[in-house]
Design a protein around this ligand. Structure first.
Ligand SMILES: O=P(O)(O)OC[C@H]1O[C@@H](O)[C@H](O)[C@@H](O)[C@@H]1O
Length: 249
């Protein structure tokens, strides 16, 4: 099993929480949606950020809504992605959360994690292939806002998945699609993920190295989900990459 990024030909990056701190923005928007939603209906237990990590993190928008509702024994009609934000449907709730997310993105902007940018640049300089694989339909605007859009020739996001009928994480389909587009088999590619659902997807896809990035999910949960190793920041992998490059030459 590869232990260092220097030993793989391609690296597939999750976006929110791995490259940019936008998992925190998602987390906040989900809380602004579900805290009043459950309280108004007197549904117990009340929503907390623990629900985000357990049920929502890393999944496509409407899957996140559905998983949270199921956790409270609730269900709503699925509706349609064109539903307005006040519709009492899975899509309506998801769209309400999306308005909250975009409001924060617009007012606060995005700054990528410096360690992630250093790793991206080091990998490109070392000739590795890289891609973003995100469940989010907002991946491109987030990359633009962070000034990183030009770093990635391949972005597989929630829009790509919907267009191609690919199931979202924890299914490995989006990661496998990205690897195929890069022309690298899973046995030669690494996955970097901060969500349990994403780690599970990486392992199910047979990727040789699945790194959990602990931004709040917890090292134990990421390890239990199957991460080969867990780091706090991508800087830790930068060293690993440099060392491997030295060993190669
Ligand atoms: O931006 P969208 O399309 O609503 O996607 C939402 C999801 O996008 C994922 O990237 C995040 O990890 C999830 O936590 C989030 O809920």
């Amino acid at each position: 099993m590869a232990r260092c990024l220097g030993e793989v030909d391609a690296v597939l990056f999750d976006l929110d929480g791995v490259i940019t701190p936008t998992s925190l923005v998602h987390m906040r928007a989900w809380s602004e949606l579900f805290t009043p939603f459950l309280a108004e209906r007197r549904v117990e237990p009340p929503y907390t950020d623990r629900d985000y990590f357990a049920h929502i993190d890393g999944k496509p928008r409407y899957e996140g809504v559905r998983a949270l509702l199921v956790s409270r024994g609730l269900s709503l009609p699925y509706g349609d992605p064109s539903d307005p934000p006040d519709a009492a449907t899975v899509c309506g709730l998801g769209n309400r959360k999306n308005s909250l997310f975009n409001e924060v993105l617009r007012t606060e902007g995005v700054t990528a994690y410096p360690g992630s940018v250093r790793l991206i640049d080091a990998l490109v300089a070392a000739g590795r292939r890289i891609a973003v694989v995100s469940s989010s339909r907002n991946a491109r605007p987030v990359l633009e806002a962070a000034g990183l859009a030009d770093r990635f020739a391949l972005v597989v996001d929630g829009v790509t998945a919907a267009e191609r009928g690919l199931p979202g994480k924890p299914d490995p389909a989006t990661f496998l699609y990205a690897a195929e587009e890069l022309g690298v088999p899973a046995e030669r590619a690494a996955v970097l993920e901060d969500a349990e659902s994403g780690v599970t997807a990486g392992r199910k896809g047979g990727f040789v190295l699945v790194v959990g990035v602990d931004r709040g999910a917890g090292a134990e949960a990421l390890t239990e989900a199957g991460a080969h190793q867990v780091v706090d920041d991508l800087d830790a992998l930068l060293l690993c990459n440099d060392e491997s490059d030295e060993q190669r030459s």
